[in-house]
Design a protein around this ligand. Structure first.
Ligand code: NIG
Ligand code: FE
Length: 422
C-alpha cells in the first residue's frame, strides 16, 4: 500500500494518557535536567490529518470536538512521547559479519580486519550480489523492526555498493522502500565509505569519479540530498575529502561525517564545512569537543559501535556540558553494530556517560531531528507531525530504565496508527 500522507483531514482525539512527555521548551543544545521535562497528566492529543492540532488535558479537548471527529478513548495507564528518530543507520546491506565479531574478540582489531580485506569490503561483496528487490525487502524488514520500537524516522546510508551503479542501486532501494514503509526513510549517499579493494586507482581518483558520475545522478533522480564520508585511516583522509565536500557543498548537498572514530580526525572538517552532524566521536579530545560545542553541527553518539568493537564511548557528558547538540543513534550495520535497538543504545550511554533521562529522550527525538535538518518532528506540539509512541505504563522513567526491553503498545505516524502490539 502506498502512503497517503497529506490527503486525509479527519480530526482525531486520543487519550487520556496518564503522562504525556511533550519535550516542549527544552533547548536544542547543552545539558538537561529531568525537572525540565513537561509532563502533562491526563492528557490528550488532538490531531488533524498528519499534524497535531492541540495538546491539553483530555477532558478539556473532548468537550470541544464535533460529532464528526474520531474519539479514541483509552482505559488504563498509558505514557505517550514523541516517536523516535534514528538519525544514523546502514540498513541497506545483505549478509552478516559474525566472523568479524569472533576475530575481534580473539584479539584482531577492526582496522586490521579491514586491512586484510574483511570488514566493510566483505559486506560490499555480499551486497553487490543482492538484487534491488531483495535489498528493498531487507530494508523494509529492518525498518519494521525499528517501527515496533517506536522509531518512525530512519536515516539510511548507502556505502556497501562503492561503484556508481551499485551506490545508485542502494539509494534507489532506500527511496523505493520509503514509498511503502510506514516510517520516513531518509537516504544518505556514503559512496565515500572506504576505497573498494577492486578499484584501480588512488583514493582521489575514486572520489573524483563519484563527483563526476554519481553526484549528477543523485540530483537528477533525487536519490539523496545528503553526502557522508568516513574520515579514518582505513578509509579517507581529511585532505582527500576536502575537494569532495567542496563540490558537494557547491551543488547544495547537506553534509555529515563519520568522524573521530579511532583517531581524532574528521570533526574539524565537519565543523569547517558546516556539516549537519559529526558521528561517532569516540576519540574526540578536548580540542574537538570545544570545536563541536561552538558549532551548529550535531554530535551523534553511536554506543552500539562502542559495544560491538569494545572501545570507549563518545564523550557525551563532556560534549553536553560544553554546550553541544547531542543525538544518539543505532549505527545499525553488519560490522560494528548489528543490534539495532535504539532505546538500548540510549540507556547504555546514559549509564556509562551519566546522562539524564531528558538528555536521552532529547537525543533520540528533537535533537536527532536537528541532525537530519528536520524541524517538524521530535516534540509533541501543535503544528508538529502527529508521530508518537504509547507505552502501557504509568511512569515514563520505566522506558530508559528497562533499556529497550519495554516495547511500545502502539506507534502512530502522521496521525495514523502504524503499529499495535498484539
Ligand atoms: O559507522 N565506521 C564506519 N562505518 C560503519 C561501520 C560499517 C561496517 O563496519 O560495515 C560505522 O560503524
Ligand atoms: Fe556509521
Amino acid at each position: 500500500m502506498l502512503k497517503t500522507r497529506g490527503m486525509r483531514k479527519e480530526v482525531k482525539l486520543i487519550g487520556p494518557f496518564k503522562q504525556l512527555i511533550s519535550l516542549k521548551g527544552l533547548p536544542l543544545r547543552g545539558p538537561l535536567n529531568d525537572s525540565q521535562l513537561e509532563i502533562i497528566e491526563n492528557a490528550g492529543i488532538l490531531m488533524e490529518g498528519n499534524n497535531i492540532l492541540n495538546i491539553d488535558i483530555f477532558d478539556k479537548l473532548s468537550k470541544n470536538i464535533s460529532t464528526n471527529d474520531i474519539l479514541i478513548t483509552l482505559s488504563g495507564d498509558f505514557v505517550v512521547l514523541p516517536s523516535y528518530i534514528d538519525c544514523h543507520t546502514h540498513i541497506s546491506f545483505d549478509g552478516d559479519r559474525s566472523s568479524d565479531f569472533a576475530i575481534r574478540n580473539g584479539g584482531g582489531s577492526y582496522l586490521e580486519i579491514a586491512a586484510n580485506g574483511g570488514g566493510i569490503w566483505s559486506t560490499v561483496n555480499q551486497t553487490r550480489q543482492c538484487s534491488l528487490l531483495k535489498i528493498i525487502e531487507l530494508i523494509l524488514k529492518r525498518a519494521n523492526d525499528l517501527l515496533k520500537q517506536g522509531v518512525t524516522t530512519i536515516e539510511i546510508k548507502s556505502g556497501y555498493g562503492l561503484t556508481v551503479e551499485q551506490e545508485i542501486k542502494l539509494l534507489r532501494a532506500i527511496n523505493q522502500s520509503n514509498l511503502t514503509s510506514a516510517s520516513d526513510l531518509i537516504s544518505t549517499c556514503l559512496a565515500a565509505h572506504t576505497l573498494p579493494a577492486d578499484y584501480l586507482g588512488a583514493h582521489e581518483d575514486y572520489l573524483e569519479e563519484m563527483i563526476q558520475k554519481l553526484f549528477p545522478i543523485l540530483k537528477a533522480e533525487k536519490l539523496s540530498n545528503r553526502i557522508d564520508a568516513f574520515i579514518e585511516r582505513s578509509a579517507f583522509s581529511s585532505k582527500q575529502i576536502r575537494p569532495y565536500f567542496e563540490e558537494a557543498k557547491r551543488l547544495g548537498f547537506e553534509l555529515c561525517v563519520h568522524a573521530d572514530q579511532f583517531t581524532p580526525s574528521g570533526s574539524s572538517l565537519a565543523v569547517e564545512f558546516g556539516a549537519l552532524s559529526a558521528d561517532h566521536l569516540e576519540s574526540s579530545t578536548e580540542k574537538e569537543i570545544e570545536l563541536l560545542s561552538n558549532s551548529n553541527t550535531t554530535c551523534v553518539a553511536l554506543p552500539a559501535a562502542t559495544l560491538g568493537l569494545g572501545c570507549g564511548f563518545a564523550p557525551a557528558r563532556k560534549l553536553l556540558d560544553a554546550g553541544s547538540i547531542l543525538a544518539i543513534a543505532t549505527d545499525w550495520n553488519p560490522g560494528s553494530a548489528p543490534m539495532g535497538n535504539l532505546m538500548e543504545c540510549a540507556s547504555i550511554l546514559g549509564s556509562m556517560e551519566k546522562l539524564s533521562n531528558a538528555e536521552l529522550l532529547a537525543g533520540i527525538t528533537f535533537r536527532a531531528a536537528k541532525a537530519l535538518n528536520l524541524s517538524d518532528r521530535g516534540r509533541l506540539l501543535p503544528g508538529f507531525l502527529a508521530d508518537f509512541v504509547i507505552y502501557e505504563i504509568d511512569n515514563y522513567q520505566m522506558i530508559p530504565y528497562l533499556g529497550g526491553k519495554l516495547r511500545p503498545w502502539q506507534v502512530w505516524k502522521n496521525g495514523e496508527l502504524a503499529y499495535t502490539r498484539n
